[in-house]
Design a protein around this ligand. Structure first.
Ligand SMILES: Cc1ncc(COP(=O)(O)O)c(C=O)c1O
Length: 386
């Protein structure tokens, strides 16, 4: 079986895809090519590598791995998820319009409104869970649909296939932020998306030790443009970080299975808890987009948000600080359980009225359920919520 055989099962791809034994030593682990430049035999005569902003063998192995996991032909990695999003925006010109969800990761919203709006890009923040709404916002200037699904932090599900049909009909680029699902649970390219975006900081890396972004596509032209943007604007990830994500990916399937198992138990526990008003988790049959989630995801993941019955922000803060297994921190998708207060942390850059409109209220907490033993996780929730 060839190492990059696209017929390989996901678990095998996670371990082998993109990776070859090092040609100079046979090292089974891709070395960290910690170099800024490559010696040339004569001007322009080199071994395929000129300068490390453009190309690095450790990064190339990682790009091959992520592309394979998303069933894509091409991947470009960036120094962060936000840098990957930024590269997509650089495909656009002043006057172009973007349709996106009203509930987005706060950093994506900030990038769109504080940077790109200033350069003349127009954003429509709408309810993307209703694909019929999208057509109302399309005009000759519309160029791109940005769909984050599941969304951060209210776990809304966008029908990727329905969006892709609209994008194709209107010649728009559909980008899916697949950070929350990871390629283990969802492959947006299979559903018709043009670009998949990842904050590889999260499930791909999986160990809370690296910040990285990735874009995957099957479109050679888009790949060429995105690679040009990377090389020209310089948001390239370093080789050590590339190695860490490549190493993290080797256990992605095992980690995701446990995240999903623990996530389900935690969601069910919280749902019946007398101090909880609402639990956002797409695995519940009564979740408004459960049917779509079931169709496009293979399981429901370990991201859960809760609204407390007690509306006091002080008590919400107090609760957020009272966990022993869960750590109060931004980020998600690592092996350790994290708790986050979106209104002041990850979504603090969204104005209060706007974030409250999409459910990000002061008494909402977001859990990234880790892969510790479920009994310890539940015991921690029990003691904090007592
Ligand atoms: C859904 C989503 N997209 C994008 C990002 C940005 O990624 P990064 O923090 O790696 O820049 C995040 C970060 O939390 C996220 O949750």
């Amino acid at each position: 079986m060839a190492k990059n055989d696209s017929s390989m099962k996901f678990d095998t791809k996670a371990i082998h895809a993109g990776v070859q034994p090092d040609p100079s030593t046979g090292a089974i682990m891709t070395p960290i090519y910690q170099t800024s430049t490559y010696v040339q035999e004569a001007p322009g005569v080199n071994k395929g590598y000129g300068y490390a902003r453009g190309k690095n063998p450790t990064r190339e192995a990682l790009q091959g791995s992520i592309a394979a996991l998303e069933n894509g032909k091409h991947c470009v990695c960036f120094s962060s998820g936000v840098a990957a999003t930024d590269a997509v925006m650089k495909l656009l010109s002043p006057g172009d319009e973007v349709i996106t969800g009203a509930d987005l990761y706060g950093g994506t919203y900030r990038l769109f409104t504080e940077i790109y709006q200033k350069f003349g890009i127009i954003f429509h923040f709408i309810d993307l869970t209703n694909a019929d709404m999208i057509s109302q916002y399309i005009n000759p200037n519309t160029k791109l649909i940005w769909a984050e699904t599941p969304s951060n932090p209210t776990m809304n599900i966008v029908d990727i296939h329905a969006c892709a049909k609209i994008a194709k009909t209107n010649d728009l680029i559909l980008v899916a932020d697949n950070t929350f699902a990871s390629p283990f649970l969802q492959n947006p390219l299979n559903l018709g998306a043009d670009i998949v975006m990842h904050s590889a900081t999260k499930y791909l890396g999986g160990h809370s030790d690296v910040v990285m972004g990735a874009l995957v596509t099957n479109n050679a032209q888009l790949h060429e443009k995105l690679y040009f943007i990377l090389n020209t604007t310089g948001a390239n990830p370093g080789p050590m970080d590339s190695f860490l994500v490549l190493r993290g990916i080797k256990t992605l399937h095992l980690r995701m299975e446990r995240h999903c198992f623990n996530g389900r138990k935690v969601a069910e526990y919280l749902k019946q808890h007398p101090k909880i008003e609402k639990v956002y988790w797409p695995g519940f049959p009564e979740h408004p987009n459960h049917a779509i989630a079931k169709k496009q995801m293979s399981d429901f993941g370990g991201m859960i948000s809760i609204v407390l019955k007690d509306k006091s922000i002080e008590n919400t803060y107090k609760l957020a600080s009272s966990f022993k297994v869960f750590s109060l921190a931004e980020s998600l998708g690592g092996v350790e359980s994290l708790i986050n207060h979106p209104a002041t942390m990850t979504h603090g850059s969204i104005p209060k009225e706007l974030r409250e409109k999409v459910g990000v209220v002061d008494n909402l907490l977001r859990l990234s359920v880790g892969i510790e033993h479920i009994d310890d996780i539940i015991a921690d929730l029990e003691q904090a919520l007592k």
